[in-house]
Design a protein around this ligand. Structure first.
Ligand code: GTP
Ligand code: MG
Length: 225
């Protein structure tokens, strides 16, 4: 089999596994959110800030992928979010089978909102469906305002883009208008949020978006059952 053939087969298998996960999330009414960004953009920090704002009013849980260390799972647990770490041992993304196995071993019980923090990488995670309700792409202001057009796959597939670390805007060159223009071309109608996990700016907007999506999912769940 050619290299392209092998990759297509792997992605097709992943898609089947992802559909099973999606069905499971549908049955349980769990909203699953796949967070994707380059390393250090602030995925874990945003989840920590989310936990502070949610303050126990929702059943949160998280699956977190890294190449090595349990550090992020430890941070999330310390923030009050039950967390299961997946160590990929080198792979630059999570796949659906890893998420299924992690969920089976985690013992989370009933979950309203499951965060899947992907391995820090803007390229590989874009191709792997994890059965999520939607993908979120995070881009910190320190990374540069040219990234959506340079990494179009993820920014065109993410329903939501979060510009993180906006507290650093006075110190870096980052043209928000340029980013808006790229996102409008790549993902017309996509949502753009601005956050700082340090100051808390925008975290309530992010939580309102999660709440909207949760309510939409809960009502469609009620409608079909
Ligand atoms: N100034 C500032 N720093 C932030 C903010 N969010 C995160 N950081 C810092 O950025 C660094 C990386 O944050 P993480 O939350 O670990 O980023 P991550 O995307 O989870 O990183 P990986 O899991 O390694 O891909 C840490 O030193 C954070 O304290 C923010 O809003 N403002
Ligand atoms: Mg992290």
């Amino acid at each position: 089999m050619t290299r392209v053939g092998v990759r297509e087969r792997i992605l097709a298998e992943n898609d089947r596994e992802a559909e099973r996960l999606r069905q499971g999330f549908e049955d349980s009414g769990t909203l699953a959110v796949n967070l994707i960004s380059s390393p250090g953009s602030g995925k874990t920090a945003l989840l920590e800030a989310t936990a502070r704002l949610v303050d126990g009013r929702l059943r949160l849980a998280s699956i977190v992928g890294d190449i090595a260390t349990e550090r992020d799972a430890e941070r999330l647990r310390a923030a009050g979010i039950p967390a299961r770490q997946i160590l990929t041992g080198g792979a630059c993304h999570l796949d659906a089978a890893q998420v299924r196995a992690a969920l089976a071993g985690a013992g989370f019980g009933s979950v309203d909102l499951l965060f899947i923090e992907n391995v820090g990488n803007l390229v590989c995670p874009a191709s792997y469906d994890l059965g999520e309700d939607f993908k979120v792409a995070l881009l910190s202001v320190a990374e540069g305002d040219d990234k959506p057009f340079k990494y179009p796959a993820i920014f065109s597939r993410a329903d939501v883009t979060v510009i993180t670390k906006v507290d650093l805007l006075p110190h870096v060159r980052f043209d928000l208008g340029a980013v808006r223009g790229q996102l409008a071309a790549l993902r017309p109608g996509g949502r753009l949020l601005l956050t700082s996990s340090r100051t808390g700016d925008g975290v309530a907007d992010w939580c309102r978006l999660l709440q909207e999506r949760l309510l939409a999912k809960a009502s469609s769940f009620a409608f079909v059952s």
